[in-house]
Ligand binder design. Structure first.
Ligand code: G6Q
Length: 550
């Protein structure tokens, strides 16, 4: 049965009428009429407290959003995901990253196979290998222990590992150096290894398909570098491990499949940091820390699976994103972690959210007549406040912001943490309530400043508070955003698990690359702009300096 298009759903129509009647109400009014709002519009689960009171919603808005989510089949689709159904329809696959963190002994069945046992088998092999590396038992080709780990991967095989490494740096072995290479730009690889001793370096080639151009190009350069440094082809066996679903290609590359850790086609790249793709994370924080992170993911999965919508953090966050996008017309969402360790979280969330919900057709292939996934972006606070926050406060676009902070710092030092966190609370306050002309006059501001100083406020924020950044908390936080993306995608009725949009560029690049490298002048049949760019590149590439134009 074809589902009702989103804008024809009863819940949506009611929301539209509701927005027309009350959508311009100010957060000042909302707070004035309900002294309890700041605690009432909050939810807490598995160590994360979400204050969503500074969103432009009333109880009625929330009730209608719940109705829309319900009518969009959120409960059914959530159950279908956990049941291993092929909810990724365009790729005809199950979407079961939740199985990656299911506790040992539980069961999740995909296509007739209980996958939890397989997941734990791989986790145990990873743990055993990680322990050998961390203890110095696993040595390089010349007998020296491993001190450097270089993860080579891109997209989902890079952003999660980098983000997790940075986020959990406090828990890492400080005598091990970790580097992450993703870009096919040789600078990435060259700079990553320039100060490393090959004899002490382990490369993790992380690629689900093991066909990705960037990763294989970097992996080949890594192999050549290692062999050149150590003077022996046989060295590859002790310095390369692979993380992949493609055993054949791993073996073709020359990596011993005994040193390969697998995963499954029901794990999407951007949902894979807790699979073997997180092997670098495990090497950094140890198997125990990794298991703790998985527990954090699982705790949020269970909360998402069982909590009523109004108390369900991912559902609330997802519904608010839809509300802000759909009715307030917000095209972007800012994510500002007030924790230096989470500095790569915005980049990670960019992929998670935008590759998932940046879609223009529904699951049935019909072009949507409403906006879908917003742009996600951000920077750690307080740095952002001294640059682009101006636009968030006084620009002409409404940008909802997630502010993420912790009660305790992992590096307590003087008054730093109180100062950091006072900024979280102050930003949420300033964005919500602003400052009026009357207030500015009462402050005795000079007339020429008044108009410029006025801050309208009424800008939505979510504040997410945890006690302390731990592996467990990180797992829960990531699962929160994963399931929020799921909630949004379900309401919009899109396939959040495919990524066809990135294919065309890849195909075109592989068609163009021979023309860039060939010694013979190619017969270019592209559009006039592409032809001119290729000609210019070819004309300049083999000349030193900038004398070509002269
Ligand atoms: C993520 C995407 C994409 C993918 C990379 C790397 O959901 O599918 O970012 O992770 O293209 O792919 P491989 O792991 O196959 O090299």
């Amino acid at each position: 049965m074809t589902p009702t298009p989103m804008r024809q759903r009863k819940g949506w129509k009611q929301l539209e009428a509701h927005y027309l009647a009350s959508g311009t109400r100010h957060l000042r009014e909302f707070f004035a009429e309900d002294p309890e709002r700041g605690t009432r519009l909050s939810a807490e689960a598995v160590g994360i407290y979400l204050d969503y009171s500074k969103n432009r919603v009333s109880d009625e808005t929330l009730r209608l959003l719940e109705e829309l989510a319900d009518e969009s089949g959120l409960g059914e689709r959530r159950n279908a995901m956990f049941a291993g159904e092929h909810i990724n329809v365009s790729e005809d696959r199950a979407v079961l990253h939740v199985a990656l963190r299911a506790p040992k002994g539980t069961s999740l069945v995909v296509d007739g196979v209980d996958v939890v046992g397989e997941v734990h088998e791989v986790l145990e092999r990873m743990s055993a290998f990680a322990e050998r590396v961390r203890s110095g038992e696993w040595t390089g080709h010349t007998g020296r222990p491993i001190r450097n780990v270089v993860n080579i991967g891109i997209g989902g095989s890079d952003l999660g590992p980098v983000m997790a490494y940075e986020a959990l740096r406090h828990y890492t072995r400080r005598d091990l150096t970790f580097r992450f290479v993703s870009n096919v730009d040789a600078t990435d690889f060259v700079e990553a290894v320039r100060d490393l001793e090959a004899a002490e370096t382990l490369f993790i080639i992380a690629s689900k398909t093991f066909t990705t151009l960037e990763t294989l190009t970097n992996a080949r350069s890594a192999r050549a570098w290692l062999v050149e440094q150590l003077g022996d082809e046989a060295a590859v066996a002790r310095h390369f491990v692979a993380v992949s679903t493609n055993e054949e290609k791993v073996s073709d590359f020359g990596i011993d499949t005994a040193n390969m850790f697998g995963f499954w086609d029901w794990v999407g790249g951007r949902y894979s940091m807790d699979s073997a793709i997180g092997f670098s994370t495990m090497l950094a924080i140890g198997p125990e820390g990794f298991y703790e992170m998985l527990e954090g993911f699982h705790a949020m999965d269970e909360h998402f699976r069982t909590a009523p919508f109004r108390e369900n953090l991912p559902v609330v966050l997802g519904m608010l994103t839809v509300w802000n996008r759909e009715f307030l017309g917000c095209e972007t969402v800012g994510v500002m972690p007030y924790d230096q360790y989470l500095k790569r979280l915005p980049a990670y969330l960019q992929q998670l959210t935008m590759e998932s919900n940046g879609k223009h057709v529904t699951l049935e292939g019909t072009v949507v007549d409403y906006p879908t996934g917003p742009v996600f972006w951000g920077e750690p606070g307080t740095n952002g406040q001294h640059s682009f926050f101006q636009l968030i406060h006084q620009g002409t676009s409404i940008i909802p912001v997630d502010l993420i902070g912790f009660a305790r710092s992992l590096n307590p030092l003087g008054e730093h943490h109180d100062l950091l966190m006072s900024n979280v609370f102050a930003q949420a306050q300033a964005l919500a309530f602003g400052v009026s002309e009357a207030e500015l006059r009462a402050q005795g501001r000079p007339e020429r400043e008044i108009a410029h100083r006025v801050m309208e406020g009424n800008r939505p924020t979510n504040v997410l508070l945890g006690e302390e950044l731990t592996p467990r908390l990180l797992g829960s936080l990531i699962a929160l955003y994963e399931h929020s993306v799921f909630t949004q995608g379900t309401i919009w009725g899109v396939d959040s698990y495919d990524q066809w949009g990135v294919e065309l560029g890849k195909v075109l690049a592989s068609a163009i690359s021979p023309a860039l490298g060939s010694d013979i002048e190619p017969d270019l049949q592209y559009d006039s702009s592409t032809n001119a760019l290729i000609r210019r590149y070819r004309a300049h590439k083999n000349k030193g300096g900038s004398d070509v134009d002269r």
